[in-house]
Write a new protein. Structure first.
Length: 162
């Protein structure tokens, strides 16, 4: 089933890649497409969680209270982390010679850095600059995705030279 899903995704991406292949390499196109879909899903989940699940209210837990925009970030992250790793490992950077556990560990480290960046930027944009949380999330995503692309290409899924 997973292999069929992978082949389906690759076939769809290759179909859309054909018209733009003169201007962009296949791996970068796949990164943009897979990352774009995963980020759109992240933003949509964030919007739904913030507005309808947490209803723009503080989330109280036994230990701490969490602002609704950070709770929405956590909610969307829990879903998009595994989908992002799957797409990056199996669709975008499938030529990496690194072992899967090394990729997962490096991906996890990168994600920790990206989570911290998300947290800092969302708090900064919402609390300091008073942006609407969804707009703050979109701006944060642009910053974090740029950093993430470079890190994944040159660290997480790099191709080791023999």
């Amino acid at each position: 089933m997973a292999n069929r899903l992978k082949q389906l995704v690759i076939s769809v991406l290759d179909f859309f890649y054909t018209p733009v292949q003169k201007w962009i390499d296949r791996q970068t196109f796949r990164y943009i497409a897979c990352g774009g879909v995963n980020n759109l899903m992240d933003i949509l989940l964030y919007f739904i969680a913030y507005n309808f699940i947490f209803k723009k209210e503080i989330v109280h837990t036994p230990l701490i209270s969490i602002s609704p925009y950070i709770a929405a970030f956590i909610f969307s992250f829990v879903i998009t982390f595994p989908t992002g790793f799957y797409l990056m490992r199996n669709i975008v950077f499938s030529g990496s010679s690194l072992k899967g556990r090394v990729q997962l560990f490096r991906y996890f480290l990168l994600v920790v850095v990206c989570v911290l960046m998300n947290y800092v930027f969302i708090k900064l944009f919402v609390e300091r600059f008073e942006f609407y949380p969804t707009i703050a999330k979109i701006i944060t995503t642009i910053i974090v995705v740029s950093f993430s692309y470079l890190s994944q290409r040159h660290f997480t899924f790099k191709i080791e030279k023999e």
